[in-house]
Design a protein around this ligand. Structure first.
Ligand SMILES: O=C(O)CCC(=O)C(=O)O
Ligand SMILES: [Fe+2]
Length: 200
């Protein structure tokens, strides 16, 4: 491996997991094109979750797509995935080439402004392939992203640039939580795509 690629995919976690920040995988033109296309075509819906036994509706919008119309459970609610769109297949190809992994589903999150974020969690749903990679592609507004170790509470922060790819794997979900903190500094939307492998 040459110096450039080692640097490009450095592990941002100091221990107990591997999370690679690949930097930009889309150019400016692709960022604009895919951001507009996804805004037009993706069936985003306000997320529903059961928290402390109560159903809540979030301002953050979500959509699930996949290679088939599988049902999945997320935040204790069972939903059905849509078939991948043309653009999602193109983005999945780019991400698969970059990571050397394969994925069969994608969860998209739309954060209308900095007022919306996502609280600390790890992605360990039963139907996800155990220790499978989760590849996170960002479009629109740049936002801070944080990891917190489950035991010693160590924090790692980074900025997710538009067109960038972050790949969480090997122990990341077992030992670390991650979140997208809300911020007053951002007033425009961000779209995040997490490519995942569901055991069908
Ligand atoms: O929006 C992000 O960058 C992260 C989203 C996330 O953690 C998730 O969907 O599980
Ligand atoms: Fe997550």
């Amino acid at each position: 491996m040459d110096l450039f690629s080692t640097e490009k995919i450095a592990n941002i976690l100091p221990f107990d997991g591997v999370t690679n920040y690949h930097g930009l995988v889309l150019n400016k033109r692709q960022c604009e094109f895919y951001y507009e296309k996804l805004m037009e075509t993706i069936l985003f819906k306000n997320d529903e979750a059961i928290i402390f036994g109560k159903k809540i509706i979030t301002k953050r919008k979500v959509a699930w797509y996949g290679t088939s119309e599988f049902s999945y459970t997320y935040s204790k609610i069972t939903k059905k995935a849509n078939f991948f769109t043309k653009e999602l297949i193109e983005l999945k190809d780019i991400v698969e080439k970059e990571t050397g992994e394969t994925f069969n589903s994608c969860l998209l999150n739309l954060y209308p402004s900095g007022a919306e974020g996502m609280a600390y969690h790890s992605d360990g749903e039963k139907m996800l392939k155990k220790n499978g990679a989760i590849a996170s592609l960002s479009l629109g507004a740049e936002r801070k992203f944080s990891f917190k170790h489950k035991k010693n509470k160590q924090r790692i922060d980074l900025i997710l640039e538009k067109g960038s790819l972050l790949v969480m794997k090997e122990g990341t979900q077992t030992h670390w939580l991650h979140r997208l903190p809300p911020t007053k500094k951002v007033n425009s939307p961000r779209i995040n795509l997490t490519f995942r492998t569901i055991e069908l």
